[in-house]
Each structure stands twice: as C-alpha cells, then as structure tokens.
Design a protein around this ligand. Structure first.
Ligand code: HEM
Length: 487
C-alpha cells in the first residue's frame, strides 16, 4: 500500500517535507516508532518543496520517511485524528470515537437480536416463517389474503400438525411477529454494519488491518443469516412426522452453532469498539486503565500476568457454559429436575440415567458417551450445572485474588473495578439460571438469563480489555502529543 501510494503520485524533489527541525530525544524515539509502523498515511504527509525536479522513487521516498526525525508537531496536528495534516508527520491512522460508537451500537444490536431470538424460541415462534427470502421477506403479509397464504404454508409444517393444530389466525400472527422481527433485526444489523464500515474504510478513518478484521465480521453476519435458516430448516423437516414421539423443534447442534456465532460476532464488535474508545482516550493523554505507572512494568508483573491468563481461561469457560446452555434450551432440558442444587434428591442423577444406552446409535454403543453429553437432556442439564458452578467459583476465585493487597496494588485500578463487576454479574447470572430452572422456564426469566450470559461475557471481556496494551497507533499519537507539548 505504501509503495503503490508512492508510485502513484509523481514527486519532483527528494527533499524533506516542510517541517521544523526538532532535536529532542523524545521526538527521535517517536519517529523510530513511526518509521516502523506500517500503517502510515504517505500520500498527504509526503508533501515536499515543489521547485525541485527529482522524480520520486519508492526508495527515495522511503528515505524521506526515514529522515522524519527532523519533523516537529504543529499545534493543529497534535490533535489525534485519522491521519495527519499536510504539515504534520506520518502518524498511523487512529480510529476516531465515531468508529468506537458505531461498533458499540452494532454490539448492542447483536445483544438485542440475541434476546429477540431467545424470546422467539421460548414462544415457539421460530418455525412460523417457512421460507427464506433475504430481500422480499422484509415485508410482512399486509392483507388478509397474504396472511392466509402464510398461515396455510405453516399448516403444512410438522410443528402445526403435531403441536399447534388448534391455533387460529390471530395466534399465528403473534408467533409470526417474533420470527419476522428476529429476521428484520438481522438485516438491520447487516446494513448498519456494512454501510458505516464502507464509509470509514473509504474515508481512511480506520487502518487496513482493522478494515480487514471488520470485513471478516461482516462475512460472519452473512454466514449467521445462512446458519439461522439452516437451523430453522431442521425444525421444518418432515422426518419429525415419521419418528414416533419426535418433537418438532430445531436441532440443538444448529441452535448452539447459531448462538455461538452470535456471541462471537458480539465479542468481535464489543472488543473492537472498546479498544477503539480506550485507544482514543489514551492517545489524548488519559491514563491507561486508570494507572499512573508505566504500562510495561504493570503488564510484566508476574501477578498481573497470572490474573490475565486466568481471565482468558474464565472468558473461555463462560463461553463454553453458554454453549452448554444452548443445548439445555435446544432440548428443553430446563423442564427436568426443577430443583437446585440437587437433582432428584442427589447431587448427580444415577449413572444409568446420565448414560442411558437408549441415546446410543452405534451398534457397539461406542458413541454413548458423547451422545449422552449432547443429546440426553438429563446429562445436558447436569453438564450445564457443572460448567456454570465451575465458572461461578472460577470468577469468585478471580475476585478473591484481586482482593489480595499485592495483587490489588499490581493491577491497574480499572482492572480491579472490572473484576468486581464480573463477579457481580456472575452472581446475577447464576441466580437467574437457578430461578429459570425452579420456575419451569418462564419466558421473562429465561430471556433475562440468556441476556445475562452476554453481559457476563462482556464483563469478562472488559477485564481483559483493561489489561490490554494500547494499540501502536495510540502509543504513537500520545508520544507525538507529549513531544508537541514539550516544545
Ligand atoms: C455462568 C453461569 C451461566 C451461564 C453463562 C449460562 C448460560 C446459559 C445460556 C446461554 C443458555 C441458553 C439460553 C437460550 O438459548 O435460550 C442457558 C440456558 C439455561 N440455563 Fe444457564 N447459564 C448459567 C448458569 C445457570 C445455572 C446455575 C442454572 C441453574 C442450574 C442454569 C439453568 C439454565 C436453564 C434451565 C436453561 C434453559 C432455559 C431455556 O430453555 O431457555 N444456568 N444458560
């Protein structure tokens, strides 16, 4: 990118850009960093004296950049922005807060669709739209005849035939509403993400690597739509009519994949948004995670390293627990053993129930162990309890660790606050989970429990973000500002 930009613009002189010489060592170190940075805005920063006639070649232009230790910062250029002004230095692109705000708003929309998706499942509305029309599906039936066409299509589904044969048109309209809202929200997320992404990328408000990463997230949004339809198809499958006792519902595997991908999308948007906002503040001189000490010193501290590694492991565990929750939801396993902490008066159900051979499909029963874990509702609920309890005590241990005076002093203040918030959220989430179970999965509690899992994941991600070193661009901008002030 750098070389093509240099080739594209003819340069008449290999002289230095019009900058004031500056000799402070702080400035030199800034530019040794700047020269190493690969995301430089070359086209505007290489403005040179127009009188000379030397043609710009990639090598002499790079030499110009190499000489940039002589460059100083003007007052106007010291304000972090996406790129630099004509008389400023080749600083990397630093995404502005608008980018952070857009990413956080996108993450909020994903949280909303997760909750609407949960309510859609809980109200058993998910199979009410029997086709996937990515464009025209945005318009709901408008006339009575349109509604009848949709209702008649639904009447052909196993869900109507086996479970819902007594519903009338008004009932159908209300289940249709949830599934339709879920799908419309999905499209809205696609447009609200891809549109601004194209804008920010074209206006060079975000670096190349960030553009690539966020483009990957847009692909994930598209894939999520396709996966959603693949999941719905499993519930419309006519084989449900042939298997005695079969309940027409979507495959728990596909439900877990759909929920897992939604969580990954959410994490991608939330993590990137937080990083952009924090980097911007840091570049503007705010303390890093509330700390006044040197960042490297803090991050190299073995106590901090241990807390960070533990937090990564716990974030993974929260994700795994949430995935096991999707299996509970997918198999309606929350309608069994509605007591806590015991299951049928014991800590664990008997092993012949946990590993009931009826769930094996292979002749030699070699698949019994994994089918029990993923297909037997008793085992699936038991796994969710074990994982949730481990996650809870893990986060409690993190919190207790953070209370130790040595650890408290070693961590930046914001990390301590974030750990406290994560522990609070773990308490709320476990209480919501237990209440959901005890009250036989009422819709408001189950939906709150689902939203709670996203909040807990966000809380753990936030702990990690408070321990993240600011990005290279933010470090350069901050150093540049500091050097500008020193003059
Ligand atoms: C770290 C704590 C926990 C996390 C992250 C978590 C996460 C989840 C998730 C993501 C779901 C799927 C929701 C859906 O797709 O609708 C779920 C379902 C469920 N969880 Fe948890 N959970 C936790 C703790 C618990 C606890 C302690 C219990 C009670 C023993 C519990 C009971 C349930 C039940 C009954 C469901 C099924 C609800 C339904 O059918 O919608 N959870 N959980």
């Amino acid at each position: 990118m750098l070389l093509s930009a240099l080739r594209a613009a003819p340069l008449r002189c290999g002289a230095l850009p019009r900058f004031t010489p500056l000799k402070s060592s702080a400035t030199r170190s800034i530019f040794s960093l700047a020269n190493r940075s690969r995301i430089v805005q070359t086209s505007r920063t290489l403005a040179v004296e127009p009188q000379c006639s030397q043609t710009r070649t990639p090598s002499n232009a790079l030499r110009v950049l190499g000489q940039s230790r002589f460059i100083s910062f003007t007052k106007s250029s010291s304000r972090p922005a996406t790129g630099a002004t004509a008389d400023s230095t080749p600083l990397p692109i630093l995404a502005p807060p608008a980018v952070g705000g857009w990413l956080m708003a996108s993450a909020t929309l994903v949280l909303a669709i997760i909750v609407v998706g949960g309510v859609t499942r809980l109200t058993e509305s998910g199979l009410s739209i029997t086709e996937w029309k990515p464009i025209t599906g945005v318009v709901p039936p408008l006339t009575h005849d349109d509604w009848m066409v949709e209702f008649n299509k639904y009447k052909e589904t196993p869900e109507f035939k086996l479970l819902n044969h007594s519903i009338n048109l008004d009932d159908f309209k209300s289940i249709f509403f949830w599934e339709w809202s879920h799908r419309v929200l999905g499209r809205l997320i696609g447009v609200a993400f891809v549109g601004p992404l194209a804008y920010f990328a074209l206006r060079k408000k975000i670096s190349r690597s960030m553009t690539t990463r966020l483009f990957g997230l847009s692909l994930l949004i598209g894939a999520q739509g396709a996966l959603g339809w693949y999941m719905v198809k499993s519930g419309l499958d006519n084989s449900h009519m042939e298997i005695p006792g079969s309940v027409p519902r979507v495959s728990q595997y596909r439900l877990a994949a759909h929920l897992g991908m939604a969580f990954l999308l959410y994490l991608g948007m939330f993590g990137s948004g937080m990083a952009v906002l924090k980097d911007w503040k840091y570049a503007n001189g705010a303390p890093w995670s509330g700390a006044t000490q040197n960042i490297s010193g803090i991050l190299q501290n073995p106590l901090v390293k241990r807390i960070k590694a533990f937090s990564w492991a716990l974030t993974g565990l929260v994700f795994l627990t949430a995935m096991s929750g999707a299996f509970v939801a997918g198999l309606d396993a929350g309608l069994l053993y509605n007591e806590f902490p015991l299951m049928g008066g014991r800590l664990a159900p008997p092993s012949n129930e946990l590993f009931d051979p009826a769930y094996a499909k292979a002749e030699d029963k070699s698949d019994l162990w994994w089918r029990s874990l993923l297909e037997n509702p008793t085992t699936v609920q038991f796994d969710h309890r074990v994982l949730a309890t481990t996650t809870y005590f893990g986060i409690a241990a993190l919190y207790v660790q953070s209370l130790r005076p040595a650890v408290r002093a070693a961590l930046p203040p914001l990390a301590n606050t974030a750990i406290r918030a994560a522990f609070t959220m773990a308490n709320i989430q476990v209480l919501l989970g237990i209440s959901t179970l005890l009250y036989l999965v009422p819709i408001p509690l189950a939906a709150a429990h689902q939203a709670g899992s996203v909040m807990l994941l966000s809380a753990m991600a936030h702990v990690l973000i408070t321990l993240r070193r600011p990005g290279a661009a933010a470090r350069l901008w901050r150093a540049a500002k500091a050097a500008g002030k020193q003059q």
